[in-house]
Design a protein. Sequence first.
Length: 280
Amino acid sequence: MTQAPQETGVTEPPGEEELSRAGLRLTVEGAVARITISRPERRNAMTGRTWTTLAHIGQTLPEDVRIVVIAGEGDIFSAGIDLGMFTPEGVEGERSIIGGLTDGSADEADLDAYIAELQQGFLWLRRPDLVTIAAVRGYAIGAGFQLALSCDLRVLADDAVFCMKEPALGLVPDLTGTKPLVDIVGVHRATEICLTARKVGAEESRELGLATLVVGVDELEGAVDDAVAALLTVDHGAATATKDLLLQAEGNTLEEQCAAERAAQVKRLTTLAKAMAAQA
Ligand code: CAA
């Protein structure tokens, strides 16, 4: 089975103060949640708190939310991790990623646990009960690229630029992006993109399948709204079961996938039959 909403015991959504400290804005209207990465003075660079708060948003979304749209404030999606996170002094109010290793206050196991916590901010975007859309203007660098890769759809403005910068900084992409990148472009192209840390523009992204759609900058909002409207025409139960099936497909043999299709369809038919009986 693929990821389902986590039972974490956390029920209250993040308040304005938590969102603001994380550099995020959140609006929820009916079935649609919109998250905006909002640290324009740092080109929407993200911190550990951005990702723990993203996880908090995922844990506490109202049940009737079906679509999540993630965008950046202004003309950039995100400049990736706040580079201050790699300085010993870190970012104010945040744990430095490297500080504990340099001063000996943290060991490798601590760091592994911390990165696992940060990855939770990205993992929930795969949940089968949601369709997640990255609306990308301008740069999506490093963690920004990985956040876009965590979404089901990437709608790009024609000025969008992806860049997996981590290897150029002596690091690896560790925020859940390597698997979707390889799934989409294949291991050879993914190797070239990561190990040159080069910029991949919107047109190339479309050719590689990284972009679901590329539109003019002024058309981005409208194109995302159209995608949201189209996605909402499908029954939520059918959408959830279908995304669940699609997510399993790659790891299943044909036989296993056929069995999964049958099991899912029997559940759908049972649900539809019950609804018909209730109406009769
Ligand atoms: N972290 C912290 N501050 C950042 C930042 C970042 N990632 N990116 C930009 N800023 C800050 C700049 O320091 C600058 O601050 P001041 O005004 O105080 O000088 C301000 O934002 C504006 O930046 P620029 O003048 O550089 O803006 P630009 O429009 O000319 O360029 C940019 C935009 C191409 C995104 C460029 O800022 C840039 O290359 N940023 C760094 C990108 C980067 O290396 N990110 C890390 C990738 S690795 C990762 O994300 C994951 C990981 O785990 C390692």
